[in-house]
Design a protein around this ligand. Structure first.
Ligand SMILES: [Zn+2]
Length: 432
């Protein structure tokens, strides 16, 4: 209510205005401004809206980029179930969502990266609400990944690539002198490492994010990328020449060519073992000494299996598949091309007169298995798949499977306390 003025005062004020009416710039007494009494704020009935999106709808998004949303007011309820990326087939791409302190900005990070050349739906549901509980109207918009990938200047690790996958020439490092754009045909994720297949442009191959360096450093100084996770791929090993027998890294990812068949295969009977199995001549002298030393200690070694050709490995692997199923076979047997037996420098041992070593709970507890575990490295032989190291070796514990790498290298692997695969990779042998 306005302040009440008495009528006499009002008449006096009117008289003053009348008397002074014709005079310019007449001084007037200021009218007091009434102070408004506080009114209660209207209840927050307005739902939150999205004030901005980054990238914008229908924009192109980098396969590894994040999606950011700014809300019109602070919200809560932004989590994995209310903020999703949906791939073209309707599958939800795993993503983490974080809400910045203050509740105005949400960031979504898809795990692993988005497929090149695809359109994705980004969806927010009404689980997102403002602080008064008003839900966000369900929102959805589309983003596409392009076929192009930009490289900043720096050093990259990856595979050289040609016109087709068969042209992959191995793990390599490349230096990009200036920002470069390449066209990608597909994208593939290996565990924590994103590998990008690129089939045109100045760089081509599998690109490993996270190893880029802005420094113009030469190959020799470039860091060796992390040991790849045990994905099931068929990528050429870094070293596949016959002279590289001690340094070829073969696992579930890397393989040697189908036609890889060493010419110097020699019968294991020449090493004092049972006949009918073959190893490369380069391994024979140390194998002979090892078998004799074991025998002198009362450990009588025999061969269960040695060199296996690509076709031989097809039969071996398929045999395991029929016995234990494909998934279990992958952990106990190499797919063709991936076996160290094809190198001609690997032997599965057994005890003379004993059953196949894998029929024992732990063959390393037999006299022969224990002797090899303790002494094989002195003769240049290393256990490829030690106990408890499956995540690093890609295979189950195989106390019978030894690979010849030469005495110097075997001693180094023994001293390092690493699995052969880790050690070989650390030397850069997996990198061409
Ligand atoms: Zn084996």
């Amino acid at each position: 209510m306005r302040a009440h003025r008495r009528p006499r005062q009002r008449i006096a004020a009117a008289l003053i205005v009348l008397v002074l009416g014709g005079v310019a710039c007449a001084p007037t007494t200021p009218t007091p401004v009434p102070t408004p009494s506080p009114t209660p704020a209207p209840p927050d009935l307005a739902p939150p809206t999205i004030a901005s999106r980054d990238p914008l709808p229908n924009a192109e998004i980098d396969p590894r980029a994040t999606v950011r949303v700014i809300f019109s007011e602070p919200v809560s309820g932004v989590d994995g179930s209310s903020f999703q990326v949906v791939d073209p087939s309707g599958g939800v791409v795993d993503a983490t969502v974080t809400l910045a302190p203050g509740g105005l900005t949400a960031t979504l990070v898809p795990s692993g990266g988005l497929t090149i050349g695809s359109t994705f739906d980004v969806r927010l549901t009404d689980a997102v609400h403002d602080l008064a509980g008003n839900p966000l109207a369900a929102e959805s918009w589309q983003l596409s990944t392009g076929g192009e990938v930009r490289f900043a200047a720096g050093t990259y690790d990856g595979f050289k690539f040609g016109a087709s996958e068969s042209d992959l020439t191995g793990f390599t490092r490349a230096m990009v002198a200036e920002p470069t754009t390449a066209t990608a045909s597909a994208y593939l994720v290996l565990g924590a490492h994103g590998y990008l297949v690129i089939d045109s442009g100045t760089l081509a191959g599998y690109w490993v994010p996270g190893t880029r360096s802005g420094d113009a450093i030469g190959d020799a100084a470039a860091p060796i990328p992390a040991l790849p996770t045990c994905a099931y791929l068929d990528l050429p090993a870094g070293r596949t020449a016959y002279g590289d027998w001690s340094s070829s890294v073969l696992d579930t990812v890397f393989d040697i060519p189908r036609g890889y068949a060493p010419k110097d295969l020699t019968d294991t009977k020449k090493a004092g073992l049972n006949a009918g199995y073959f190893v490369r001549a380069v391994a024979l002298p140390d194998l002979t000494e090892m078998v004799a030393a074991a025998k002198a200690d009362g450990a009588r070694l025999a061969v269960e299996s040695a060199y296996r050709s690509y076709v031989g490995q097809v039969l071996t692997f398929n045999g395991w598949v029929s016995q234990v199923g494909y998934k279990a076979a992958l952990l106990t047997s190499a797919r063709p091309g991936h076996s160290e037996h094809q190198l001609g420098t690997a032997i599965d041992f057994l005890s003379v007169g004993g059953a196949s070593p894998w029929t024992y709970p732990d063959w390393a507890t037999t006299r022969e298995g224990a002797w090899l575990a303790a002494n094989a490295w002195r003769f240049g032989w290393v256990m490829s798949y030690p106990n408890g190291k499956t995540a690093l070796t890609c295979y189950r514990y195989e106390p019978w499977h030894y690979r010849y790498v030469g005495r110097q290298q075997a001693a180094a692997i023994h001293a390092a306390g690493l699995t052969p695969r880790e050690w070989l990779w650390e030397q850069g042998f997996g990198v061409r």
